[in-house]
Design a protein around this ligand. Structure first.
Ligand code: OAD
Length: 245
């Protein structure tokens, strides 16, 4: 069985990282204006403010820990592979909590907060400290060209060809902790449906495109994702281990 999981900010909420849109108005984009912080134009206009925003988020991330939902997906990856299947994990999250929980193959379609990219030489470098507007690129040595390796509004997400190919070959599409309001990720469920793939949403509450899912599991991810993984792995169609050696 080939399972395609799309994760969003909700899976990291219980690790203490904020979500973007919350009905109670506490989401990141209720408190900060994305047009002033998450666009190439904003960065060109005021790089200090944009770097400060991402520096604060990077510090929060370094203090956070993966939760039981991240751990359950790492377990699912291992178990599926052991049984001859595959998990394709695509995340909109720029945190590294999937990796820290043990997931080995994660496609970060919106980039990664713990990396910097040089706009002069295009090199991507691991970056855990604050990023400054005058820092030198470790690869080319030029100053003033480093930016967070994240996708901003108006930019193309990473890995789209790979993502659509994986989606077409999946048996099950599962969206976890995403509001379904930011494209192209919000369109994956319709794509999956059009290919006849079963769809499931795991979220705190119904997402914007809840009507496109065949199955809905509502509740905090730290409880609902492990419960879903347990149920899936107990499915007799998955129970048989693939022959080894
Ligand atoms: P959102 O903040 O839009 O949505 C988070 C979803 O998670 C909501 O539907 C919540 O109900 C749900 N949620 C909150 N807490 C949860 C919990 N404990 N368990 C399960 N679900 C929970 O986040 P995304 O959909 O990921 O892009 O946002 C998509 C993109 O919008 C982000 O990648 C970011 C943002 O602008 C860029 O910055 C380019």
């Amino acid at each position: 069985m080939r399972i395609f999981v799309l994760s969003g900010a909700g899976i990291s909420a219980e690790s203490g990282l904020g979500t973007f849109r919350d009905p109670d108005g506490t989401g990141i984009w209720s408190r900060f204006d994305p047009m002033k912080l998450a666009t190439p134009e904003a960065f060109a206009r005021d790089p200090e403010t944009v770097q400060a925003f991402y520096n604060a988020r990077r510090q929060n991330l370094l203090a956070a820990e993966p939760n039981a939902a991240h751990a359950a997906l790492a377990r699912l990856e291992t178990e599926l592979e052991r049984r001859g299947g595959e998990l394709v994990l695509v995340t909109q999250n720029i945190d590294d909590l999937h990796e820290r929980a043990g997931s080995r193959r994660v496609l970060h379609m919106h980039g990664e907060l713990l990396k910097a990219r040089c706009m002069r030489c295009a090199e991507v470098t691991a970056w855990t400290g604050d990023l400054g507007t005058r820092d030198a690129c470790p690869a080319c040595g030029q100053r003033g060209g480093l930016r967070p390796h994240v996708v901003w509004f108006g930019e193309m997400p990473f890995g789209m060809d790979q993502i659509f190919a994986a989606l077409a070959g999946a048996d099950l599409f599962v969206a976890i902790g995403t509001s379904g309001s930011v494209y192209p990720a919000a369109g994956f469920v319709a794509e999956a449906r059009a290919s006849g793939i079963r769809t499931c949403e795991i979220n705190l509450d119904p997402s914007d495109n809840a009507g496109l899912f065949d199955e809905h599991l509502y509740g905090p991810a730290s409880a609902s994702v492990p419960a879903w993984v347990d149920r899936l792995l107990a499915d007799p169609r998955l129970a048989k281990a693939a022959p080894t050696g």
